[in-house]
Design a protein around this ligand. Sequence first.
Ligand code: 13P
Length: 254
Amino acid sequence: MRRKLVAGNWKMHGGIAQNRELLAAIVAGTKTVQDADFAVCVPYPYLFQAQSLLRDTSIQWGAQNVSQHEKGAYTGEVSTAMLLDFGCRYAIIGHSERRALYGENDDTVALKFAAALQAGLTPILCLGETLDQREANVTEQVVARQLDAVIESVGIAALSRAVLAYEPVWAIGTGRTATPGQAQEVHAFLRGRIAAHDAGVAAPVKILYGGSVKADNAAELFAMPDIDGGLVGGASLVADEFIAICRAAGAGSR
Ligand code: 13P
């Protein structure tokens, strides 16, 4: 049985006052949901606030990116040690927006993944195909390439300390969700690919789905055998939506 995880990815949204309200509502709204884990991945400047407001709650927090370098002359970058200073548990690695807009390739992603793991953070490794790639029927090749780059770099056993997130690019922020069947197919493929290396790593590894997860589609997605929760963008900024998604995960935990 894999315990479900719902993680909010706030992206570049938030503000001190609105975060306070949102986090208080999430803490209150998830208090009675016990059979799943919840987290928020906030912009760097709000990590201190997340730590202050969440430290005595069951909600964990993390960042949306991290440098692959330990320290040094890397203007604008943030290290794994800095994330640990603010109590982060998670770091999202290789989000498609970072791959598409900030030039992160499979090699950079593998380095960031390794750095996060080495520091004791739990990387949430994002994988997913574009619409063109889906229409060209190369979804499996694309996610396999993205996954293999990390496995080749850190070894298969490292995945047992990580979380994967399948995020089809065409479903992100578009309101167009993969059907539960479409998502399940890719999740099963990813788990199978890991199992080909090591079945003992594949069985417990959490694979989240991300891409327009909302209160009204979460339950059917989470009912799929290989979907272990969600990485939620837009809906994680709306307390009632996010709480409902968290409740769907709690109810659906196997
Ligand atoms: P949306 O939920 O807004 O589609 O974003 C998904 C995502 O990118 C989470 O990382």
